[in-house]
Design a protein around this ligand. Structure first.
Ligand code: SF4
Length: 637
């Protein structure tokens, strides 16, 4: 086989029958959908029938490596989990870094396609070509640290990489995550709940090949990797990630008035000083950690033996947890935040959805839409750390009021009726991350139009292009930025630039690069991504435009999946609260303009080739993207 960075080999597992088979993806298919999000969405659209129950045997779970996953390029660590989402009922997708994806690659596999439902809990064991389903009944109900140790001991190998679910996934919490190495998460869209519904406790992997043996031009790839690793210290954003990690964002966002506070009611938090990086470093931090071969090293390790006990096994809170369990629940106690984050790791819950859901319930309680009788006697008020921690436990076990919150914000709002939907901070059923669109309008456009519902990694964040002298602005020039634009300004050029960046960021999820690697967010330049792909694959004619088309294809597959499930333009929307003025902080009084938002949607749809009413890709655009079969499938549906 020629060396092109990929075996194109996936493992198919029918969990109902226990049958397994390998399949080589045809090279012409792989060139159009080269891994990760693209290959997973391609298989999902072809193989999961319309209306499949997200928790039924017809739903499938795809775990797909990116094209460059395991290459010696910092941030080339990612793999994608894809299925129909139990949270939105539409396209579900979530990326994770860590070590599991690279290990799968080194075992010779580009991905795994899981169908059916096992009759009892099992785990999948992969050691290079050896694949085996094993009984996991004794592991069901155990915590991730125990499960990982047990599997490693069972096989006598401490370097086995274990991907798994905990109580959240087993109990089908709709925002349950999948974890690998205990501290890296496919957090969003409820992929852990799908894994739980399949009775699949874990996928343990050990590989023995070397990535560079697979690459077309290993020398170029290795040299590029060395240069990029050296650059981390010189690049302001990359260095900041190493120095402070994502918790370092808290101060700037609070100062700018875009730190979601009290369920997005306000944009700054009076108790924010207690949540800042300096406190984190002083009270919690024990080490800086990394994903596979990544020089950025943005991961934090924490430990606490004080008012709360926090294990160092599950990784430290990221910014999303600091803001979500902190400012957004009006809790100024970093130790309680660290405990909530640890519980999410222990039970494999998505911290964004979990914290947002609790913040929403706190506001419902304060508006007397919920009573003590509803909550089982818990005073679920803003600022009550004990109540917050209790709710995380109850959600994971689906006990008491936790059983209601385990279905997320949208279902709680629907259940309560009245005005609850006005401040239910979700899009398409997925809870909003901790970024305030009233201060970053492109992020709002991403929340509204992303196929997975509210998510913050398909857009650039507006402040990055507000200054023409910044490194981010300059590194955005190859993606078509022409002028600096202020964060709160909608302009057609900003929307068109967003459209391009969405394709670029979608391609990152195909290629297997972390959001914190490439421009415009960070230090890998656009042309260097092209160099890496060429060196890995030998696709010497591959250009930036080809990368954008790869990303666009992946997005279109997801969008068609949603169209088939009944999603239209009306679902590309934002919570009502965002069109109302912020009630506190430096941006107090600022609201999104509905007219500006609708105009931005028109511009975006035109640029992307979506029908202005249905929001579905037009046949013409699908034809341009060599995806005529998708248009045919849409017509048949
Ligand atoms: S930048 Fe951080 S999250 Fe991304 S791959 Fe590197 S260590 Fe992992």
């Amino acid at each position: 086989m020629s060396k092109n960075g990929s075996t194109r080999k996936i493992l198919r597992v029918d969990l109902t029958t226990g049958e397994m088979a390998d399949e080589i993806i045809a090279s012409e298919v792989y060139r159009l959908y080269p891994g990760g999000k693209a290959l997973g969405a391609y298989l999902l659209l072809r193989e999961v029938p319309r209306g499949a129950d997200p928790f039924g045997p017809d739903n499938r779970l795809y775990l797909m490596n990116g094209l460059l996953t395991a290459a010696p390029i910092s941030t080339a660590t990612r793999f994608t989990a894809i299925a129909r989402s139990p949270l939105s009922g539409g396209y579900g997708e979530s990326e994770a870094g860590g070590f599991w994806g690279p290990e799968l690659k080194l075992a010779g596999w580009e991905g795994i396609a899981l169908s059916g439902q096992a009759p009892h809990p099992v785990y999948l064991w992969i050691h290079d070509d050896h694949v085996e389903l094993r009984d996991a009944r004794q592991l069901w109900g155990t915590e991730p640290e125990f499960t990982q140790n047990w599997i490693r001991e069972q096989h006598g190998d401490k370097l086995i990489r274990v991907l798994q679910i905990g109580a959240g996934g087993e109990n089908r919490v709709r925002f349950a995550a999948i974890t690998n190495d205990l501290r890296h998460y496919n957090g969003r869209t409820g992929m852990g709940a799908v894994m739980g519904s399949k009775n699949l406790k874990a996928v343990a992997v050990r590989g023995s090949s070397k990535y560079l043996d697979l690459a077309h031009d290993p020398k170029t790839l290795a040299a590029l990797g060395r240069n990029l690793a050296k650059r981390v210290k010189e690049h302001p954003q990359a260095w900041d990630l190493q120095d402070k990690g994502t918790p370092g964002l808290t101060r700037g966002l609070n100062t700018a008035g875009i730190l979601p506070t009290r369920n997005f009611r306000e944009g700054a938090f009076a108790g924010a000083e207690n949540l800042m990086w300096e406190q984190y470093e002083k009270q919690l931090l024990t080490a800086r950690r990394s994903c596979y071969a990544c020089a950025v090293r943005c991961k934090r390790e924490v430990k606490l033996d004080d008012r709360y006990q926090v294990s160092d096994a599950y990784g430290g809170p990221e910014y999303e947890a600091v803001c979500g369990f902190g400012a957004n629940c009006a809790i100024d106690d970093l130790q309680a935040v660290a405990k909530a984050n640890e519980l999410c790791g222990r039970y494999t819950l998505d911290v964004i959805s979990c914290s947002n859901t609790i913040g929403f319930a706190m506001e419902c309680f304060e508006h007397e839409l919920l009573s003590l009788e509803d909550t089982g006697g818990i005073e679920l008020r803003f600022g009550n750390a004990a109540a917050m921690l209790k709710m995380v436990e109850l959600i994971a076990r689906r006990e008491g009021f936790g059983n209601v919150l385990a279905d997320g914000v949208k279902r709680l709002a629907d259940k309560l009726g009245g005005d609850a939907h006005l401040f239910a901070m979700h899009v398409k059923g997925q809870e909003m991350p901790m970024h305030e669109p009233r201060g970053k309008v492109a992020v709002g456009l991403a929340y509204a139009t992303s196929e997975v519902g509210a998510e913050h990694l398909s857009s650039f964040h507006d402040p990055l292009i507000a200054n023409a002298e910044s490194v981010s602005f300059k590194s955005s020039l190859p993606l078509g930025i022409r002028e600096a634009i202020a964060p709160r300004v909608w302009s057609d050029h900003k929307v068109e630039f967003y459209s391009t960046v969405e394709k670029w960021n979608s391609a990152e999820k195909v290629i297997g690069l972390c959001y914190f690697g490439p421009a415009p967010r960070s230090f890998i330049q656009v042309d260097e991504v092209v160099t890496a792909v060429r060196a890995a694959t030998g696709w010497d004619d591959f250009t930036v435009q080809d990368i954008l088309r790869v990303g666009e294809r992946a997005t279109n597959l997801a969008r068609v999946f949603n169209s088939r499930e009944g999603f239209t333009r009306k679902d590309d929307t934002l919570p009502e609260r965002l069109f109302q003025p912020l009630e506190g902080g430096p941006l107090k009084g600022e609201a999104l303009s509905r007219a500006d938002f609708e105009h931005a949607l028109d511009v975006l749809y035109h640029d992307k080739g979506y029908d202005p009413t249905t929001g579905a890709p037009t046949r013409e655009r699908l034809h341009e993207l060599e995806m005529e079969w998708v248009a045919d499938a849409m017509d048949e549906a």
